[in-house]
Design a protein around this ligand. Structure first.
Ligand code: IPE
Ligand code: IPE
Ligand code: MG
Length: 244
């Protein structure tokens, strides 16, 4: 039996925590707490499915605009939950990395993140890129700045600039060592990318579901993978060319 096609790098826009809580008459933070439990679940499911890399969108550059109490609550949740997750990450072989401008996180959250990253750096089963203060446009602008600095440091900056192609530019993005995202799952019913992995979204497959993130199940995760496996990724070619 041939193995089904799996994404190498899965991205997840974990949306719908607030609506999940509101439907239960609970504060939004209760939704984020339940959402964090699903985040833990999906990393385990992904590792079991043989997925090498998973990006979880936990806090966008735009999410700072939320009510101060919610932002504070989210940051506190991060600082509280990350240390507790370390044993499980060790057991499951999860290597944690951060994606985003994490220097802007409050000190407690940043320290918890750094500790968890350091503790799990030798793990090899799956890489979890936690997207915190992440914005795809910001990532590209930072990449442009780095590319320019690299060009200007050369004897012939014009030549370096002229040599830039999309393939060469990608290495200036944050965490360029991660493979391009092949599948993006978005829960919560919105049909948009919300500034997530913009560069890779050029050719990522998209899976949208109305399910609110805290209600996301393993069965639906398997459904998204089955859906992905059945898609034909043509990258601009025609069917006959990619089918061989
Ligand atoms: C996503 O859930 C989690 C974060 C953005 C942190 P939301 O909080 O956006 O939930 P809804 O969209 O309001 O239901
Ligand atoms: C996207 O969800 C960000 C995360 C899941 C962290 P949002 O709820 O912030 O997205 P918009 O504002 O509806 O586009
Ligand atoms: Mg939302």
């Amino acid at each position: 039996m041939p193995q089904p096609k799996r994404p190498r790098h899965l991205g997840v826009i974990m949306d719908g925590n607030g609506r999940w809580a509101r439907a239960r008459g609970l504060p939004r933070l209760a939704g984020h707490r339940e959402g964090a439990a699903r985040a833990r679940d999906i990393v385990r499911w992904a590792a079991d499915a043989g997925i090498a890399e998973i990006s979880l969108y936990a806090f966008s550059t735009e999410n700072w605009a939320r009510p101060e109490e919610e932002v504070r609550g989210l940051m506190a949740l991060l600082a509280q939950l990350l240390p507790r997750e370390i044993p499980e990450m060790q057991k499951e072989g999860v290597r944690l990395v951060a994606l985003g401008d994490v220097d802007r996180l409050p000190a407690r959250a940043r320290r918890a993140l750094q500790r968890a990253i350091a503790a799990t750096r030798e793990n090899r089963r799956i890489t979890l890129a936690l997207c915190l203060n992440y914005g795809g446009q910001q990532e590209i602008v930072e990449g442009v700045k780095r590319a320019l600095a690299w060009a200007l440091a050369a004897e012939d900056p014009q030549a370096r600039i002229a040599e830039l192609t999309p393939e060469r530019f990608r290495r200036f993005l944050w965490r360029a060592e991660l493979a391009p995202v092949d599948l993006i799952i978005r829960t919560g019913g919105e049909l948009r990318i919300s500034n997530f992995h913009l560069w890779d979204a050029a050719y990522a497959e998209l899976y949208f579901t109305d399910t609110l993130w805290p209600d996301f199940t393993r069965a639906e995760f398997e459904q998204a993978l089955a859906d992905f496996a059945a898609r034909e990724r043509r990258f601009g070619r025609i069917s006959e060319q990619v089918r061989r």
